[in-house]
Design a protein around this ligand. Structure first.
Ligand SMILES: NS(=O)(=O)c1cc(F)cc(F)c1
Ligand SMILES: [Zn+2]
Length: 267
């Protein structure tokens, strides 16, 4: 089957053909209608807490759908907030648009941001690994960080510096200079949370989403570097009808929240 992607031919509106869950009722991303959010004292009473091991960021890979930094989960943990049990960091990646007026996956009162960073965690209290966890409704938690255009982001610059060595699909390289995921999170930890899904096929409905309210800055040049990734393998011709196979946009448009509860913690 033709590999899924973000062009007219294989993009988000075609995914349900090969991945029926993509047409489900607990899909992500969604528009965060801030007026709908209910503040929840139980969230306030259990502060979100994380521990990451920068040395455990192992490799960065061009998945064909963007860049992804794979992490050795050992030693990491995410607890508290809406979560039961302990979640471990598996990987982090980003979504962006062809220009910085769009690119985030979640929107806030209809507003898009330039990009969105996702830190993917799996429930190590109940499941053996990320792959297994992805098949259960409480299996995964993704921390989402909205990125807006501003100052150069020093921690993300460590990713940008590696992009030339993973320009084509399937290429990967060692992350030599440790990247600290904690340094990519906003200062204030207010967030929205709701039950959703992976925003890429197979769109498993197994994600507790935690989206920080405060955007973090990234520069136009850094966004331009993301768009220099190619969606096809070196030596192959470009399958996607994207302008010479550049990954200029890799975000899924928002899906209806439906009857799901949207909770918030912090102002
Ligand atoms: N985009 S996302 O954070 O929902 C996501 C989660 C995941 F586990 C794997 C992916 F490829 C993408
Ligand atoms: Zn993502």
């Amino acid at each position: 089957a033709a590999e899924w992607g973000y062009t007219k031919r294989n993009g988000p509106f075609t995914w349900a053909k090969n991945y029926p869950t993509a047409a489900g009722i607990r899909q992500s991303p969604v528009d965060i209608d801030t007026a709908l959010a209910t503040s929840d004292s139980s969230l306030e009473s259990k502060p979100l807490r994380w521990k990451y091991v920068p040395q455990n960021t192992r490799t960065i890979v061009n998945s064909g759908h963007g860049w992804r930094v794979d992490v050795d989960s050992e030693g990491s943990e995410l607890v508290g907030g809406p979560l039961e049990g302990t979640y471990k960091l598996q990987q982090f990646h980003c979504h962006w648009g062809s220009s910085s007026d769009k690119g985030s996956e979640h929107t806030v009162d209809g507003q898009s941001y330039a990009a969105e960073l996702h830190l993917v965690h799996w429930n190590s209290s109940k499941y053996a690994d990320c792959g297994e966890a992805a098949d259960y409704p409480d299996g995964l938690t993704v921390l989402g960080v909205l990125l807006k255009v501003g100052a150069k982001n020093p921690e993300l610059q460590k990713v940008i510096d590696l992009i030339p060595s993973i320009s084509h699909r399937g290429e990967k390289t060692e992350v030599k200079e440790a990247i600290d995921p904690a340094k990519m999170l906003p200062k204030t930890l207010s967030y929205w949370t709701y039950l959703g899904s992976l925003t890429v096929p197979p769109c498993n409905e197994s994600v507790t989403w935690i989206l920080f309210k405060e955007p973090v800055e990234v520069s136009e040049e850094q966004l331009a570097a993301f768009r220099s990734l190619r969606c096809y393998k070196r030596g192959e011709e470009c399958p996607c009808d994207e302008v010479d196979g550049l990954l200029i946009s890799n975000y899924r448009p928002t899906l209806p929240l439906g009857t799901r509860e949207l909770r918030e913690c912090g102002s």
